[in-house]
Design a protein around this ligand. Structure first.
Ligand code: ZN
Length: 67
């Protein structure tokens, strides 16, 4: 598909800034078709949870969803 680079970048950006509607649409259209990007999303959300855990800012338990 050749979009994966864009999508993974958007997923990563989404941790730092709000995505535009168009960006979310691109992500939402792509993820169901691409297990690679779904894995990436899972991976970075785990990383984010881990870094939050380390910083101790937010101890809210977050159960990773298994789709
Ligand atoms: Zn992809």
């Amino acid at each position: 598909m050749g979009k994966c680079k864009n999508i993974t970048r958007l997923l990563s950006d989404a941790l730092d800034r709000p995505l535009s509607a168009g960006e979310w649409i691109a992500v939402g259209l792509h993820l169901p078709t691409c297990s690679g990007c779904r894995n990436y999303r899972k991976h970075i959300s785990l990383l984010r949870a881990a870094s939050r855990e380390v910083s101790g800012l937010d101890r809210t338990p977050e159960t990773p969803s298994d789709d």
